[in-house]
Write a protein that binds this ligand. Sequence first.
Ligand SMILES: *Cc1c(COP(=O)(O)O)cnc(C)c1O
Length: 391
Amino acid sequence: MRGLLAFLFSLGYIHRVENITYGRQSIDQSDIDQVVEVLKSDWLTQGPMVSQFENALAEFVQAKHVFACSNGTAALHLTSLALGLKKGDNVLCTSMSFAATSNAILYSGADVEFVDIDPETFNIDLNLLEEKLASGNYKAVYATSFAGLPLDAEKISNLCRQHNAFFVEDCCHAIGGHFHNLNDEKIMAGSSHYSDMSIFSFHPVKHIACGEGGAVSTNNDELAEKVKLYRSHGITKENIEDLEDQPWLNEQQVLGYNYRMSDILAGLGYSQLKKIKSNLDRRQVVAKTYKENLKLGYQKFDQRFYNAYHLFVVLSEKRKELYHFLREHKIFTQVHYIPIYKHPYYQKRYGDISLPKVEKYYEQCLSLPMFHGMTDEQLGFVIDKVNEFNK
Ligand SMILES: *Cc1c(COP(=O)(O)O)cnc(C)c1O
């Protein structure tokens, strides 16, 4: 009997301790009810739920326009289309993000140059960004509010304005994050108050789960029109003269895509968004408990910033050993991320690049479990195991 149990354990059919992953979604009955309601309605796509979700998002992140779309990568692509990035343009991008951030720049035909990170915040280094902007002609800056820590968007927008560059915030990690600007006003991450556009992802590991989903926010009416146009084939019914007489008319004005979100997923997103405050509160508690109980390095930031904690990254000189030790105890951590320029595609395209601060970060970083459904038992178990390893 024991042999059989051990065999089943080894196959993973029986779990001694449930797996604890670095992130996961929480779906409750209200989410299920909302999706079922959409399924029973007349619209599965291009119905009222998408705009209901967009309006609620716009109110939450405090942006004038929000456009939901099929995923965060599509949202990024829509920004490069709306800005009209093209071959011959150079764009600056943080070196520490998911590859999608810079892929979207390449989709447009433009080229990317990577900027090193600040070793305390893990966000793009503002001094290096300033030097870079002064040293060449750059069309735009793409930067990520990493792990949930909002960028100092006020400062970046000042730099971008001086050097005539657009500014796009990748806010996939930081919905609900905010900071106080120099006038002590509260600015929401992803509000596009300082940036030209911001983008979000609703992948299940992010704060709001749609399965797949994303959004673009902007306060600029012209960019908004372009995002909307490119999201749906470049086809519009606006400004067509004969529409009353020939209601079927529409016009394709640019080469767009189908990057729309379905009403089914918008329903899920809408329901998830209603619970974001308690989600963010729980993440604060998890982060505080980690900081108080672990003796490892972590992301440091000024009091002016409120971190939305998509990830909780610790720094360890024995990162690999810690990863494997935790895995043996069914704690599945992750490394966020491999610096984008180290991927073979980028190496082939741009040759060997080595940015010292992001390299050092990458050698040591490990994302511990961080999700709002994390129980006190799970949190205590992770802390015990990390401390057991570090003893
Ligand atoms: C998740 C993520 C993306 C891509 O979002 P998808 O919805 O998976 O396409 C882009 N940038 C960052 C920083 C992300 O975390």
